[in-house]
Write a protein that binds this ligand. Structure first.
Ligand code: ASP
Length: 317
């Protein structure tokens, strides 16, 4: 452990998105995360940086990886962690988001980790509380810790981000993962391609400074990284794709389409995966190409780094 606890260079109070973050800030969080990857591979993973602190996970949308990894991250840094189950809280009885936040705030938590189905809801909540707020995904807006863990996965495999060509494929329109990745990869000097059917492009996609392709094989040509995105039917009103079978035929990643990318191109997916819809099941499990489990592992380290970095501005460290 060399770099943990070294949180002087990060002066933000909250982590709400990647938009507006500098390459230095991103690089700082990635360097800090590397130290936590090492710690997480040791038998004794416990630190005391956040001893006495309280972290509340407030998830209004389902989550497996993100919620568990924030819980582990908080506990490994010594914090008390509480998971608020929306199903059993007063939110079900009609309490508003802001009322809930103010109620929790009155109990003096130090960090609120919030996921909500509305874009912008987490930013709004951050204005109302005095603790640090981390955005664990708001609607189709941002998911900053996912983009950071994706970047860490790429950087540890390829040694850099700058100059790499990264394809974001599939349902970009509804994907907060794609949006945060576009900001991060642009800030770090990578080239970003979006490969999607016209119905699944974000409005005014060009403003992200990305190259747009409507054909998988053409778009994958020469790519270093192929990031597949889940078809997010829960955010779709109406029909965006003819059928999931047809979707897989044109947009699903299989070994044959992957052959158009660089021979050593890495396959990523933020999870949860729809096997056989956006990605071929065998390819997802092929550890010579797929780094999907690395993403999960590194997610814990990235969340520890984010908690560590925010702690400095919130009275610890
Ligand atoms: N888990 C990611 C998210 O929360 C990706 C997904 O759900 O498809 O955005």
């Amino acid at each position: 452990m060399t770099s943990t606890g070294s949180n002087r260079e990060f002066s933000r109070r909250h982590l709400l998105g990647i938009a507006g973050m500098s390459a230095e800030e991103i690089g700082f969080l990635l360097d800090l995360s590397d130290g936590y990857v090492d710690l997480n591979r040791e038998a004794d993973k416990k630190q005391s940086l956040l001893h006495g602190r309280t972290l509340i996970n407030l998830f209004f949308e389902n989550s497996t990886r993100t919620r568990t990894s924030f819980e582990l991250a908080g506990k490994r840094l010594g914090a008390d962690v509480i998971n608020m189950s929306v199903g059993s809280s007063s939110i079900k009885k009609g309490e508003t988001l802001i009322d809930t936040a103010m109620t929790l705030n009155a109990m003096h938590p130090d960090v609120l980790v919030v996921r909500h189905s509305d874009s912008g809801a987490v930013n709004l909540l951050a204005e109302k509380v005095n603790c640090a707020v981390i955005n664990a995904g708001d609607g189709s807006h941002e998911h900053p810790t996912q983009a950071l863990l994706d970047a860490l996965t790429i950087r540890r495999r390829r040694g850099k981000l700058q100059g790499l060509t990264v394809a974001l494929c599939g349902d970009v329109r509804h994907s907060r993962v794609a949006r945060s990745n576009m900001y991060l990869l642009d800030a770090m000097g990578a080239r970003v391609r979006i490969i999607a059917p016209p119905t699944l492009l974000p409005t005014a996609a060009e403003r992200f400074g990305v190259e747009i392709f409507h054909d998988m094989r053409a778009g994958l040509e020469g790519c270093d990284i192929v990031m597949m995105l889940r078809l997010q039917t829960e955010r779709m009103q109406g029909s965006y794709v003819p059928s999931t079978r047809e979707y897989f035929h044109f947009w699903g990643l299989d070994a044959e389409k992957l052959a158009c990318a660089k021979p050593d191109a890495l396959v990523m997916h933020p999870g949860p995966m729809n096997r056989g819809i956006e990605i071929d099941s065998e390819l997802a499990d092929d550890l010579t190409r797929s780094v999907i489990l690395d993403q999960v592992e590194l997610g814990v380290a990235v969340r520890m780094a984010c908690l560590d970095a925010l702690a400095a501005h919130n009275g610890a460290g």
